[in-house]
Design a binder for this molecule. Sequence first.
Ligand code: KG4
Ligand code: ZN
Length: 356
Amino acid sequence: QEDVLVLGIETSCDDTGAAVVTTDGRILGEAIASQAELLGQWGGVVPKLASEEHRKFIDKVVADALHNAGVQESALSAVAVTIGPGLSPCLHVGVRKARIIAKTHRLPIIGVHHMEAHALVARLTEKQVGFPFLVLLVSGGHNLLLLSQNVGQYVQLGTTVDDAIGEAYDKTARLLGLDMRKGGGPALEELAREGDPKAIKFSVPMRGPKYLDCNFSYAGLKNQVRMAIESRNIDGDQVSLSMASAEDRKIRADIAASFQRVAVQHLEDKCRRAIEWARRLAPSLSSLVVSGGVASNQTVRAKLGALASELDLQLVCPPPRLCTDNGVMVAWAGVEHFRLGMYEAPPDADEPDDVR
Ligand code: KG4
Ligand code: ZN
């Protein structure tokens, strides 16, 4: 039987990713171009700049993924591409590329939901993750708790009412004057190792009888951090950590560690409730999947790992490179759809590539 080969393309935010994955879950080749360094200088993602970067990189990233896989475009079985959610000028670059390839080689095309790709990639890395499973998606833009009942079937149990946890990490890192080039989250995690997580008593968001849901809120915590910084006279916005005195550095590390403790406690609180809810809908639940950029955080993994074992679930975190945005997860989501016949016919030769 011939291998089914799916090319996946991801351009929803600031990474241009592509990969070729087989139906039995082998990653034949992948490539990624990240704009984190460039966008770090601007303090965030600027859609127009980001889409220009995608346009610059897309052909090379796709060619590299195919080359690394040792696969010709014409040998592909289907093309999968992220169609949302994301920045629309950025998404457009990937969709256009996918349509050109699909049209040239008469290939079926699969539109992939970005968050579904983050969720399903766990089934690529851990073959024993079967439906139903609970998934916590934690990234810069999303904070979601979903019960995944099947491909394309999700029950949303919770979301953020304001900021996502990754955004809170990034903003806190900026307030603390950290080097944002490697990403606010990793920089903050590193500094927090030097700090005392109990030094500052930030309050855990949305606790108490008023909050009967599985939703998240991180805006208030960010403000608590801001006030802690202001009351301690650290000049985070002007003075970078590299220029801070030892004493100043210790205070910042304490703030970072205390922020992290509370931020992760909030995840644990809401996951605990979500597991209870999910079990009513799906008594056979056996896995908690944690994915998205923040899932590469060690404190997050440790805390949720402990919760999972307390409640008899296996914790599944894809490896960090598959937790952040990448082409593999899109290719794999494509495989999962393709196997079920969930795809579009190849575009006709006279159809335009630029569809919005
Ligand atoms: O999934 P992702 O690559 O992109 C989005 O879809 O947003 O997630 C990026 C987010 C950023 O906010 C980044 O600071 C955060 O994930 N992040 C981390 C860590 N690594 C990445 N946050 C905390 N600890 C980390 N080690
Ligand atoms: Zn993402």
